[in-house]
Every structure is written in C-alpha cells, then in structure tokens.
Design a protein around this ligand. Structure first.
Ligand code: FAD
Length: 493
C-alpha cells in the first residue's frame, strides 16, 4: 500500500476549512482497495496508534485533522460505476468513497439521472458526504444524503467488512441490534435512547429512531464507527426543466410571508429549494455584481422542477406569489435555461468567496453557526441573531436554507478583540437554538470543533450512550478519536 510521510505532502492533510491549525501526523496511507483498508486494522504494527480518515478537506469542523493519528486517505478509492435502472423508476450507482461529488453529478446528469444531495461545495468526496450526512439547497425537497443511500460497505476497526444493504439489520422492538461478525464476533448493543429534535434537518450525534436501519447509524457518524469503502447511491430521473429565481424584497416581513406561502404550496408552487440572502450578504455580492438591487431587506433564491408543458403555468404561480408579497418583481432575476442557472449558481457561490477574501484581509476567522430550529421558532432565532450582532456592532451576514429553518449566521470580526467577543457569544446562540427545540448542527456536523457543545444538546447521558455504541464497534479506540465524542468521556467511562 502507498504510504507517504514527506512534510510537504503531510501539510495538506493537516487542514480543512475549520481553521484548526494544530494538527500533526506521522504519515498518510493511500489504500487502493477495501482489502487494503481492512489490512490497516488487521495488520496494524504496534507502533501505529489510531487513524483518522481523510476526504477532500472541505469539511468545516476539523473532522479529518489528525492529532498524532496516522491518516487514511480515501483519494485512490474513486471508482464511479454506471447507473443501473431499477423497476421502481430509480437507478443505483455504485461508487467508491473518494469519488468527487461533482464527477458523480456530471456523470449521472449526462445519463439523464439526478443524485439529489448538493452541498454548496462540490469538491467533496462522496464518502465524506455520507459520513457527514451532508445536505444543501435541494434538501428542502429531497432530504439529506441519508435518504439517497441504498447500500453501504463499511470496514470496521476490527477489520471486519460489513455489507449493509438497507433492510438487512434493523433495531429490534427492544431497540437492540444483534450481529455476528467473523473477526469481532457477536455484537449486541442498544441504539441511543435520546429523541431527535423536531427540526427538518439535524446532523449532530448518532442517528437514533425506533426500528431504525443499521446503515442509518453509520450515515452521519463522522467516521467514528467505521470507514465507508463503497456505497450504492439511489438516483432519480433528472427533471425535464428547472425554474430558478432570485427574488428581492424591500421588507423582511414580506420575505418571511413569501417563504410561508411557498412552503404551504400556495397557488400550486412546489419549491425544491428556498434559500435566504440577507441585506448584508447582498452588500458583499454587490461588490462583484454591481447590478444587484440596492435598498433591499434581503433576497430569496428558489428553484422548482417542472416540464416544458407546465413551465408557463408554474412561472405564473410564482409571479402571483411574488405580487401577493410585494416582491421587487421587476428587479428579480429568473433563470430558465442551464446557462443562466449556472450563472446564478456562480452568483450564489460568490458569497463565501467574497466573505473569505474579506476575512483574509482582516487576518481573522469568522464565527459561524449551523443551528436549525422547528419552523415556527425560526423568526425568533433570526431576530435574536440580528439583535445580538447589532448590539455589539459586529459586521455579519445571515444566509442559507430558510426553507428548513436553517440559516447560517457568520460574524465577521474586524479585529481580534471582536473575534474573542463573538466566540464567547457563540455559546449563547447554541443555547438559544436548543431552547427553541433546535439542533446544534443541521448539516456540517460536530467534528472536533463543536464536541464541547454536544452534551448541551443530549445531556451527559446522551453522550455516554453514543460512547457505548462507539466502543461496540471500536473497543480499541482506533478510529477518528476526538471527533463527535469529547475525549474527556473516553477517560471517565
Ligand atoms: C464553501 C463551502 C460550502 C459548504 N456547503 C455545505 C452545505 O451546503 N451542506 C453541507 O452539508 N456541507 C457543506 N460544506 C461542508 C463540506 O463540504 C461537507 O461536510 C463535505 O461532506 C466534506 O467533504 P470532504 O471530502 O471535504 O471531507 P473531509 O473534510 O476531508 O472530511 C470530513 C469528515 O468525513 C470523514 N470521512 C471522510 N471520508 C470518510 C469515509 N470514507 N468513511 C468514514 N468517514 C469519512 C472524515 O474523517 C471527517 O470527519 C461546505 C463547505 C464549504 C467549504
């Protein structure tokens, strides 16, 4: 197996987009088969301690950053199969974990299929998106990655390879899973007993539900239970046509009303995505796109799938909705073909680019939230974010997945003093979201960055239940230690 330890190469594996800068590793393995991944556990020399799995480093929470662990890179396991049509009208696509999401979407798209998960960042590996149960704009209609995984193959820290087509292992009525593996032997454990929040997106801690499928435990477990070495993705037929629109509003109340009406499908609209750009986000974009309307309270991006014969009617329904909510219809941007839609995507993607460039000029790091709340609590969280930021005089933007009551607040400190103040306030944002029945993370996961907040959401007992599951699969504590579960819990258990 390829193993590398030259310092220049290692440096690339000590980072993701979390800005954690203290990682270190003795070396990186590049397995080319799932057998080689298994051999890293079965033939592990005593000098090799624990491992951390690396995707492509676009994660925001430090999940792949090693702290003395050896790294297992997924980049050579990049196979993308051919779509295999199924009787129910969907298709299955077998992929390796190191396949780029962008390559998968291009390949399936040109064959007339859609793989719905679409995190804004396309340069991620599909295995990571499964390990993180990633989601994105289209999650409003299609749900997170979890909903599109038909089968997983996982190498466990015992060296066992677990093939998990959906339905093979389910939790019994007593909440327990029972399996018998060639190397690990019999495993018998209970799913965590906590209840999941009432949000439409949630990605913090192990998934748990009555009668759950074992595959769902691994999806979103952030690489703490095993290494995903293969997956069957469920594809749906690509839509015949898509309507996309950036619509601007002078008043926030109108914008919120529009979201409510779109979500309740007033007039027959059926959004695939509903994304917010607040006035401060638009100000950033105006620097690159000077035609972006000024004097607005914010904008919404929406998308709907349609057909050529229904396109006019669909557009009419959206325009009526815009009129009924006093939208700035004349200034809005409608994209009806692929070229315009790519231009609109580039416009939306420019926001993180501009923000990162601005931050680089201040030499500071942003404070960024990823909490979601139940729909009815969203306005309260939104106004709370704004009031706190305004009262401290922070520069900030609020943007993202308003359809799922999940927006990102980014505080952009101008100096280190502001950074320290904002970091201290983050805890208050978490508490506010939890008090409203929300989740600590809706999509980016916990990684290493947010481990200290997990017990705030699940209580110490909830974290211990996760640890019991972790130790069932990884009793020697060999994999992704420090991710998801705080290290202190390993010491006290
Ligand atoms: C500009 C920007 C926008 C983003 N937008 C979104 C968004 O809209 N929605 C969203 O959900 N995320 C978003 N992200 C976050 C990020 O893209 C996702 O979390 C993605 O899944 C990370 O993929 P990666 O290959 O870069 O993983 P890495 O950062 O390399 O790793 C992420 C984690 O996955 C684990 N892992 C990787 N491969 C495996 C495997 N095969 N088996 C087990 N564990 C594994 C790693 O150990 C690590 O814990 C965004 C990031 C950026 C920079």
């Amino acid at each position: 197996m390829i193993y590398k330890n030259d310092p220049d190469l290692l440096r690339g594996f000590l980072e993701d987009t979390s800005n954690i800068q203290t990682g270190h590793t003795p070396g990186v393995y590049f397995p080319e088969t799932s057998g080689e991944v298994a051999s890293l556990f079965t033939d592990r020399p005593p000098a090799v301690g624990s491992y951390v799995v690396a995707g492509n480093g676009t994660g925001t929470t430090g999940g792949r950053i090693p702290f003395g662990d050896h790294v297992i890179s997924m980049e050579k396991l990049d196979r993308i199969g051919e779509p295999v049509p199924q009787e129910d009208g969907t298709a299955l696509l077998t992929v390796g974990p190191g396949a780029l999401l962008e390559d998968i979407q291009n390949k399936t798209g040109s064959a007339g299929w859609l793989y719905p998960p679409d995190p804004t960042e396309k340069l991620c590996f599909v295995g990571s998106t499964i390990a993180n149960n990633s989601s994105g704009a289209r999650t409003y209609k299609y749900g997170p990655t979890r909903n599109h995984i038909a089968r997983l193959v996982v190498v466990l820290p015992s060296g066992d390879t677990l093939d998990l087509p959906r339905g093979k292992y389910r939790a019994g009525p007593d909440g327990r899973f029972r399996l018998d593996l060639p190397i690990a032997g019999p495993l018998d454990f209970e799913r965590p007993r906590y209840t999941m929040p009432r949000t439409s997106k949630h990605n913090a801690g192990y998934y748990s539900a009555p009668d759950m499928d074992l595959a769902d435990l691994f999806i979103g477990s952030e690489g703490t239970l095993g290494v995903i070495v293969e997956a069957d993705l469920r594809l749906v037929p690509a839509p015949e046509k898509i309507i996309a629109c950036m619509v601007y509003f002078r008043a926030l109340d109108d914008l919120f009303r529009f979201v409510e009406k779109a979500k309740s499908r007033e007039g027959g609209v059926r959004p695939t995505a509903l994304e917010l750009f607040d006035a401060n986000s638009l100000e950033f974009l105006r620097g690159v796109y000077p035609d972006t309307p000024a004097d607005t309270a914010g904008a919404l991006f929406f998308e709907q799938e349609t057909t050529a014969s229904e396109e006019d009617g669909t557009l009419e329904a959206w325009f009526e909705l815009m009129e009924s909510c006093n939208a700035m219809t004349d200034e809005s941007w409608v994209a009806l073909d692929g070229r315009e839609q790519r231009a609109m995507k580039a416009f939306r993607h420019e926001l993180p680019v501009q923000v990162n460039e601005w931050l680089a000029r201040q030499s500071e790091t942003k404070i960024s939230t990823d909490m979601a709340v139940p729909d009815d609590a969203f306005p309260e969280l939104f106004h709370y974010y704004r009031e706190v930021c305004r009262s401290h005089g922070f520069r900030y933007i609020i943007f993202g997945h308003i359809g799922n009551a999940h927006v990102h607040l980014n505080i952009l400190p101008s100096n280190h003093e502001e950074f320290v103040t904002a970091k201290a306030l983050y805890e208050g944002f978490v508490d506010k979201a939890l008090e409203l029945g929300g989740t600590l993370s809706a999509e980016h996961g916990i990684g290493k960055l947010k481990v200290d907040y997990l017990a705030r959401m699940f209580g110490e007992e909830g974290v211990r239940e996760m640890l019991r599951v972790k130790k069932t699969f990884d009793p020697g504590l060999l994999l992704n230690i420090g991710n998801l579960i705080p290290k202190d819990y390993y010491r006290t258990e």
